[in-house]
Design a protein around this ligand. Structure first.
Ligand SMILES: O=C(O)CCC(=O)C(=O)O
Length: 317
């Protein structure tokens, strides 16, 4: 009889074994595209988000905490305090319309979408699927009480956005693990692990990698000595990861059209973002203008059905 799998570090598949639904390409990004992404990062102003807020307070026994790392979202912003996108029930007031992808990322997305359409069919490829959402994660050390603390990891979780998920990595390599989830509280049998290299693409989908398993970033190397932009006060970035996902367009809400509670909770973040982003500057201005407009019968306060969409400035395309 085969010995039972070891908890925490079972007989994980190695990269070269065949893993349907999981694709890895260590050298996906060209040197020129990598350089363009690094240049784009230089001007970015990531956010440090808190997990909870006034209207979405910590559950009993838990307290407010900052996320382990700064983040930035493109396409739509899923604020931690609005509890991320969790279909089928958690779809409203969670995905706040955000900046479009810069052209260098849009070009990568087109290649990845073509690959994904070849890899995934039927129930693994939802109708309308396209990569319209990107979470940019910054991994590194943060300054805590005068000491640099390594916070470069992500606990086990699932990405609930429907369909395949793609990720691009920059900087130090990171170890990602897919772990089973058969018994609550005992979901740490590693079934696949993969080092994600500088410039690599990982693409995964289907029930095995989206539903039956969780994934986590176990650690990020320090060997190559990468230090990546932008400058973030109290943080040193050695890896950046872009995770591309799909949120159905009808679940993406302009900031001005969020529920009053959600809007109140994320307003300080949007104000901070507006300092560095013309897109959020405009979103904030539109919301202020609309909140001064008296509501008409049967309408969302401040919103008129004929309001045109806000103009998109050239710099956002
Ligand atoms: O950093 C990575 O490679 C994975 C990030 C991740 O798991 C996520 O964004 O959901």
């Amino acid at each position: 009889m085969a010995p039972p799998p070891r908890r925490g570090h079972a007989r994980a598949l190695k990269p070269r074994q065949r893993t349907p639904g999981h694709h890895y390409n260590a050298s996906f990004l060209s040197a020129a595209d990598r350089a363009e992404i690094i240049a784009w990062l230089t001007a970015l102003k990531p956010l440090w988000e808190e997990r909870y807020s006034k209207h979405f307070p910590p559950p009993p026994g838990q307290s407010q905490r900052r996320l382990l790392r700064p983040v930035y979202w493109l396409g739509n912003w899923q604020f931690a305090c609005l509890d991320y996108y969790r279909p089928p029930k958690g779809v409203k007031n969670r995905c706040v319309q955000a900046e479009p992808f810069p052209s260098v990322l849009q070009r990568q997305v087109q290649k990845v979408e073509a690959l994904a359409r070849r890899m995934f069919r039927g129930p693994d490829m939802p109708p309308g699927w396209h990569l319209n959402t990107c979470l940019v994660n910054f991994y590194g050390n943060r300054l805590e009480d005068g000491r640099w603390v390594d916070t470069a990891r992500v606990g086990e979780h699932k990405d609930f956005e429907p369909g395949p998920v793609a990720s691009l990595s920059l900087g130090e390599r990171a170890l990602i693990q897919f772990v089973t989830s058969t018994r609550p509280g005992e979901r740490d049998e590693v079934v696949l692990e993969q080092w994600l290299d500088d410039g690599a693409l990982q693409l995964f989908g289907g029930t095995q990698w989206k539903e039956k398993t969780f994934h986590r970033v176990q650690r990020v190397d320090t060997r190559a000595g990468h230090l990546l932009p932008p400058e973030i006060p109290g943080f040193q970035t050695r890896r950046v990861n872009f995770t591309f996902r799909y949120v159905p367009d009808e679940h993406v809400t302009p900031f001005a059209e969020l529920s009053p509670e959600a809007r109140e909770d994320v307003t300080p973040y949007v104000r901070t973002l507006a300092e560095g982003s013309p897109f959020f500057h405009e979103a904030l201005a539109r919301e202020s203008a609309l909140s001064r407009t008296p509501p008409r019968d049967g309408q969302t306060p401040g919103l008129a059905p004929t309001d045109p969409p806000p103009p998109v400035s050239k710099s956002e395309r």
